[in-house]
Design a protein around this ligand. Sequence first.
Ligand code: NAG
Ligand code: NAG
Ligand code: NAG
Ligand code: NAG
Length: 381
Amino acid sequence: MGYSIFFSIKTICIILVFVLAGTTMSQNTRCPFDLLYHMGDGVFDNGNSIANRPYGSSLPAASLPYGETYPGRPTGRWSDGLLDIDYGAQGLGFQQITAYLSGNASLANAIMFAVARSPVLDRAFFTARNIRIPPYAASLSVQMSWFKKYLSTICITPEDCADKLANALVLFGDVEANDISFSLIQEKSFREVQSYIPYVTEAQINAAREVIQLGATRVIIPGNAPIGCYPFILTELASNNTADYDEFGCLKTVNDLILLKNNDLQQAIDDLREEFPNTFILYADFYNSEQSLIRETTRSSRANFTLQACCGTGGKYNYDSRRFCGSSGVPVCSDPNQYLFWDGIHLTQEANNRLSTALQQATLLALNCTVSQSSQLWSSI
Ligand SMILES: *[C@@H]1O[C@H](CO)[C@@H](O)[C@H](O)[C@H]1NC(C)=O
Ligand SMILES: *[C@@H]1O[C@H](CO)[C@@H](O)[C@H](O)[C@H]1NC(C)=O
Ligand SMILES: *[C@@H]1O[C@H](CO)[C@@H](O)[C@H](O)[C@H]1NC(C)=O
Ligand SMILES: *[C@@H]1O[C@H](CO)[C@@H](O)[C@H](O)[C@H]1NC(C)=O
């Protein structure tokens, strides 16, 4: 009898985790780790690009309308408000996330190394192929060097550092697929860009292997989003051939390339799991989560806005790279919550919240996170 009551309380707790995910009431979540680190791009950048001197302060994300929905001022997030990772980290029980370049990292327990528009591969790879990368971008190897520099401030011996990392969740994410989008937009052929995929996968896996060898026991590596649905890609790679588009109006050619890349990454992750059988390595499926979001939206009253940027101007997708969100005279939609895309490259807070909720359900369980038994909810029992 006692056992079955306990069991049902536990079941209720697990249901509560789902309900609370994505809200601010996540302090009831308990995960078996206290540290969170993230290497990635604009989807996870909560203030690094705008702190990256000397370019940062002049970037769009350093000014309104970025942050207009929440908290009402720019925070360095490339959105009208919060990011997927804000909801995700809250859902995992973290009280706040800190940008590495903010100067407060040594005291924080959830640190973002992500910088907007960053590719996985090094700048030299692109320079050698005449592909321009924004000057403020920080390739994965640069973010890894920051991570190791940070690590040297919290531990000294390899054993000490391994102990620290065993208490952490490490996330990698290149979810805008910058390596691919920069190359395609700068007129590299699909065939050529496809040939870059093995290099990208190798660099991601090498970074994951390095943190595992340093002691990490939980690693999440997301796949790429369907950027063939993103306003900037739809605008830059517009085609006259209707056969190039899928039922939602996304560019099939681009999404097929992303699917190839995601498959390559998943195979490499399988190999990495064999190499480290005691390490938890999860592939996070951004592709299908975002596809579902797009599908749902095309069936809603917001259908006409599905592939349009909220902040932007021009053409079918409300996007013009020369008149980017934040430039003078560029309009912002009256209700960003009606839109998935914020500036044509990044998502709105509303889309981030929905995406995070979709991704978290499986992740919390897999990470052995539960609702704390000592939470206020049960204090009267
Ligand atoms: C750093 O932390 C201090 C104290 O919590 C806070 O006042 C300050 O705003 C933080 N700086 C940044 C850039 O986040
Ligand atoms: C599409 O067709 C129009 C009219 O023939 C042409 O002006 C335009 O350049 C074409 N666009 C693309 C992307 O091929
Ligand atoms: C969507 O756009 C079409 C074509 O402009 C228009 O006829 C339709 O009323 C719009 N639907 C909504 C829900 O606004
Ligand atoms: C979750 O708990 C199970 C059972 O104790 C364990 O085998 C597994 O390694 C744990 N997973 C993670 C990610 O900690």
